[in-house]
Design a binder for this molecule. Structure first.
Ligand SMILES: Cc1cc2nc3c(=O)[nH]c(=O)nc-3n(C[C@H](O)[C@H](O)[C@H](O)COP(=O)(O)OP(=O)(O)OC[C@H]3O[C@@H](n4cnc5c(N)ncnc54)[C@H](O)[C@@H]3O)c2cc1C
Length: 360
């Protein structure tokens, strides 16, 4: 049987979440290096066209568990589906990946514990490579492991990148930080197989009942989907400063307002806006950092943005070391001027970088 890399597909109300496409991108790379196939497990009430979408994004095989009880995520039913699937395979998957989301962080450890295997949380890079274990104190593990999952994640306050391995037992498991891995483009010519799997939920799995789902309204923070992010830091000086940033964000289509942790900790804006190590990882076309120093914990969440514009009154601020464009000065003078100039030209989100370069 060919080896498999398996990814867990998160869906909400029948909509595949972006992290699933990112996992398919990462999983495809790992599967190709291993000479393995890439499988996805989709648990939902009605699958419809979703398996085809997953194949078009890189999956070779989609396992579909359909049941009305799987409409909304709950720990125990989803745990059952995954355990049943993996147990039914002659050989367990070589690797299983989850998003490092609320759902993934809840589910992945339960699967790892059941199969008594390792799990590395919150990875920002994945790779395949060899490992030779020579520790004679642990003779049962001594040997060469040619195809280990290298689960790579920042450690010690982002000052180190740790490569974590657990090749003794498959599946080797990891959760992956959302917004970091690149999805593959949709390719309708890709082919793959879809396999329906039995759902055998037990009464104990269904003890928790979801009475109602209330979607957050008001501050809808779509940071990870935004093409332009205007982010504010402690340099704003007051919470009211964010009103100016919303105005700047309003000059672009598909934009959102982000923040540093220090602004969140000061109570100026909700945590959902926070970018960085303990916030969200974003990769917009344009990231405008206003009054943000560029600490490493902020940088790791945004430095893969296509274009970074930093506005800071301190020419020595670390953010200028990695920003593509920089303006040294008081944000309260610069941002209103940017808004004035941007309002003079009609802007489409895809032209955001050009518009900002033109304005500068
Ligand atoms: C374990 C851990 C996790 C962390 N996670 C995160 C995280 O996820 N995200 C995050 O952001 N941080 C995180 N931090 C905090 C991080 O270390 C920094 O403290 C934080 O990013 C600093 O925020 P800041 O840049 O807004 O504030 P500051 O460092 O205080 O910088 C403010 C900047 O504004 C500039 N400024 C002041 N006034 C103006 C003005 N009028 N116009 C223009 N510029 C002005 C200043 O020159 C300065 O550079 C974490 C820290 C730890 C230890």
């Amino acid at each position: 049987m060919t080896r498999q890399v398996l990814i867990f597909v998160e869906q909400v109300a029948g909509e595949i979440q972006p992290v699933a496409f990112e996992l398919l991108g990462a999983g495809r790379m790992l599967a190709d290096k291993l000479g393995a196939s890439l499988a996805a497990i989709l648990a939902c009430d009605v699958a419809g066209q979703l398996p085809a979408v997953l194949i078009a994004h890189g999956a070779d095989q989609v396992y579909v568990a359909e049941d009305p009880e799987l409409a909304t995520y709950r720990t125990l039913p989803f745990r059952r589906v995954l355990i049943d699937l993996i147990s039914s395979m002659g050989e367990p998957p070589h690797i299983v990946l989850f998003g490092s989301t609320t759902t993934g962080r809840d589910l992945a450890p339960r699967i790892a514990a059941y199969f008594e295997t390792g799990l590395t949380a919150d990875c920002t890079e994945l790779d395949i490579g060899p490992y030779e274990h020579t520790n004679a104190q642990d003779p049962s593990k001594v040997g060469l492991y040619p195809d280990c999952l290298y689960a790579i994640r920042p450690s010690f306050g982002e000052s180190l990148k740790a490569r974590i391995l657990g090749p003794w037992k498959n599946p080797q498991m990891a959760t992956v930080r959302p917004g970091v891995m690149l999805p593959l483009p949709f390719d309708s010519d890709r082919t793959g197989s879809v396999q329906s799997i039995p759902v055998t939920l037990q009464p104990d799995d269904l003890k928790l009942v979801v009475a109602e789902t209330i979607r957050a309204t008001g501050s809808q923070v779509e940071l990870q989907r935004a093409e332009v992010i205007v982010s504010g830091g402690f340099g704003l000086g007051t919470p009211e400063g964010f009103a100016l940033l919303y105005k700047l964000a309003g000059c672009f289509k598909n934009s959102a307002v982000g923040s540093s942790r220090k602004a969140v900790d000061a109570g100026w804006i909700a945590h959902a806006h926070q970018v960085g190590q303990t916030g969200k990882t974003v990769r917009p076309k344009l990231y405008i950092a206003c009054g943000i120093s560029g600490a490493i914990q902020h940088r790791v969440g945004m430095d893969k943005s296509a274009t970074i514009l930093a506005i800071n009154k301190d020419a020595g601020a670390p953010i200028f070391k990695f920003a593509h464009h920089g303006i040294v000065g008081d944000l309260y003078q610069i941002v209103p001027e940017l808004i004035r100039q941007l309002q003079m030209q009609p802007i489409h989100s895809t032209e955001a970088d050009h518009a900002i370069s033109h304005t500068l």
